[in-house]
Ligand binder design. Structure first.
Ligand SMILES: *[C@@H]1O[C@H](CO)[C@@H](O)[C@H](O)[C@H]1NC(C)=O
Ligand SMILES: *[C@@H]1O[C@H](CO)[C@@H](O)[C@H](O)[C@H]1NC(C)=O
Length: 119
Protein backbone atom coordinates (compact mmCIF):
# COMPACT_ATOMS: atom_id res chain seq x y z
CA UNK A 1 0.00 0.00 0.00
CA UNK A 2 2.76 2.39 0.99
CA UNK A 3 4.57 1.29 -2.12
CA UNK A 4 1.60 2.10 -4.31
CA UNK A 5 1.21 5.48 -2.70
CA UNK A 6 4.82 6.35 -3.39
CA UNK A 7 4.50 5.21 -6.93
CA UNK A 8 1.52 7.41 -7.66
CA UNK A 9 3.17 10.39 -5.97
CA UNK A 10 6.14 9.86 -8.23
CA UNK A 11 3.91 9.59 -11.28
CA UNK A 12 2.21 12.85 -10.39
CA UNK A 13 5.54 14.53 -9.80
CA UNK A 14 6.79 13.29 -13.15
CA UNK A 15 3.67 14.45 -14.96
CA UNK A 16 3.89 17.87 -13.34
CA UNK A 17 7.56 18.15 -14.25
CA UNK A 18 6.89 17.26 -17.86
CA UNK A 19 4.09 19.81 -18.09
CA UNK A 20 6.10 22.56 -16.43
CA UNK A 21 9.49 21.97 -17.98
CA UNK A 22 8.93 23.42 -21.47
CA UNK A 23 7.37 26.54 -19.96
CA UNK A 24 10.29 27.01 -17.62
CA UNK A 25 12.65 26.61 -20.57
CA UNK A 26 10.59 29.02 -22.57
CA UNK A 27 10.64 31.59 -19.76
CA UNK A 28 14.43 31.65 -19.81
CA UNK A 29 14.42 32.76 -23.44
CA UNK A 30 14.82 36.52 -23.58
CA UNK A 31 11.39 37.75 -24.54
CA UNK A 32 11.47 41.26 -25.97
CA UNK A 33 9.48 43.94 -24.14
CA UNK A 34 7.37 44.49 -27.21
CA UNK A 35 5.97 40.96 -26.79
CA UNK A 36 4.44 41.67 -23.38
CA UNK A 37 0.97 41.67 -24.92
CA UNK A 38 1.37 38.05 -25.95
CA UNK A 39 0.32 35.68 -23.17
CA UNK A 40 2.60 32.90 -22.02
CA UNK A 41 0.30 30.27 -23.49
CA UNK A 42 0.24 31.93 -26.90
CA UNK A 43 3.97 32.61 -26.82
CA UNK A 44 4.67 29.02 -25.95
CA UNK A 45 2.38 27.90 -28.76
CA UNK A 46 4.29 30.01 -31.26
CA UNK A 47 7.56 28.80 -29.82
CA UNK A 48 6.49 25.19 -30.42
CA UNK A 49 5.33 25.89 -33.96
CA UNK A 50 8.32 27.97 -35.04
CA UNK A 51 11.17 26.40 -33.12
CA UNK A 52 10.03 22.84 -32.56
CA UNK A 53 8.15 22.43 -35.83
CA UNK A 54 4.84 21.67 -34.13
CA UNK A 55 2.13 21.44 -36.80
CA UNK A 56 -0.71 22.84 -34.73
CA UNK A 57 -2.49 26.01 -35.82
CA UNK A 58 -2.38 28.98 -33.47
CA UNK A 59 -5.78 30.14 -32.21
CA UNK A 60 -7.32 33.31 -33.55
CA UNK A 61 -6.79 34.98 -30.21
CA UNK A 62 -3.07 34.15 -30.24
CA UNK A 63 -2.75 35.41 -33.80
CA UNK A 64 -4.43 38.63 -32.82
CA UNK A 65 -1.93 39.13 -29.99
CA UNK A 66 0.96 38.38 -32.31
CA UNK A 67 -0.18 40.75 -35.03
CA UNK A 68 -0.77 43.44 -32.43
CA UNK A 69 2.81 43.03 -31.20
CA UNK A 70 3.93 43.59 -34.78
CA UNK A 71 6.17 42.00 -37.36
CA UNK A 72 9.26 43.67 -36.01
CA UNK A 73 8.56 42.29 -32.56
CA UNK A 74 7.87 38.86 -33.98
CA UNK A 75 11.27 38.94 -35.66
CA UNK A 76 12.99 40.03 -32.45
CA UNK A 77 11.33 37.17 -30.63
CA UNK A 78 12.59 34.69 -33.22
CA UNK A 79 16.06 36.27 -33.21
CA UNK A 80 16.27 35.99 -29.45
CA UNK A 81 15.50 32.29 -29.64
CA UNK A 82 17.96 31.66 -32.45
CA UNK A 83 20.75 33.55 -30.68
CA UNK A 84 20.04 31.80 -27.39
CA UNK A 85 21.13 28.55 -29.05
CA UNK A 86 18.11 26.65 -27.81
CA UNK A 87 17.61 23.29 -29.43
CA UNK A 88 15.66 23.79 -32.64
CA UNK A 89 14.06 21.48 -35.14
CA UNK A 90 15.94 21.48 -38.42
CA UNK A 91 18.21 24.33 -39.40
CA UNK A 92 18.06 28.01 -38.51
CA UNK A 93 16.64 28.77 -41.93
CA UNK A 94 13.84 26.28 -41.19
CA UNK A 95 13.09 28.33 -38.09
CA UNK A 96 13.01 31.55 -40.11
CA UNK A 97 10.83 29.94 -42.74
CA UNK A 98 8.34 28.71 -40.12
CA UNK A 99 8.52 32.10 -38.48
CA UNK A 100 7.61 33.76 -41.76
CA UNK A 101 4.84 31.27 -42.45
CA UNK A 102 3.40 31.66 -38.99
CA UNK A 103 3.39 35.41 -39.35
CA UNK A 104 1.88 35.29 -42.83
CA UNK A 105 -0.72 32.73 -41.80
CA UNK A 106 -1.65 34.70 -38.71
CA UNK A 107 -1.87 38.09 -40.35
CA UNK A 108 -3.96 36.60 -43.17
CA UNK A 109 -6.40 35.18 -40.60
CA UNK A 110 -6.61 38.49 -38.81
CA UNK A 111 -7.26 40.68 -41.83
CA UNK A 112 -10.01 38.31 -42.99
CA UNK A 113 -11.85 38.58 -39.67
CA UNK A 114 -11.25 41.85 -37.83
CA UNK A 115 -11.45 41.28 -34.06
CA UNK A 116 -13.90 44.05 -33.15
CA UNK A 117 -15.99 46.38 -35.26
CA UNK A 118 -15.42 50.04 -34.44
CA UNK A 119 -18.23 51.67 -32.53
C1 LIG B 1 10.08 36.22 -45.08
O1 LIG B 1 9.13 36.89 -45.88
C2 LIG B 1 9.59 38.10 -46.42
C3 LIG B 1 8.44 38.74 -47.15
O2 LIG B 1 7.36 37.88 -47.32
C4 LIG B 1 10.78 37.83 -47.32
O3 LIG B 1 11.27 39.04 -47.84
C5 LIG B 1 11.87 37.16 -46.51
O4 LIG B 1 12.94 36.81 -47.36
C6 LIG B 1 11.31 35.91 -45.87
N1 LIG B 1 12.36 35.34 -45.04
C7 LIG B 1 12.64 34.07 -45.02
C8 LIG B 1 13.75 33.66 -44.14
O5 LIG B 1 12.02 33.25 -45.69
C1 LIG C 1 0.78 28.14 -43.03
O1 LIG C 1 -0.35 27.80 -43.79
C2 LIG C 1 -0.06 26.88 -44.83
C3 LIG C 1 -1.31 26.71 -45.66
O2 LIG C 1 -2.43 26.49 -44.85
C4 LIG C 1 0.40 25.57 -44.19
O3 LIG C 1 0.72 24.64 -45.19
C5 LIG C 1 1.65 25.84 -43.35
O4 LIG C 1 2.03 24.67 -42.68
C6 LIG C 1 1.38 26.92 -42.35
N1 LIG C 1 2.62 27.21 -41.69
C7 LIG C 1 2.72 27.33 -40.38
C8 LIG C 1 4.11 27.57 -39.85
O5 LIG C 1 1.78 27.27 -39.63
Amino acid sequence: MAMLKNLSALTILLAVTIVLLPRATFATVGIPDCAKGVTGDCGFGFFKIIVLGDTSTPTGECCRQLVKAGKNCHNQFVESIVSSRKPIRGTISDVYRRSNETWNNCSATISVSPPEPAH
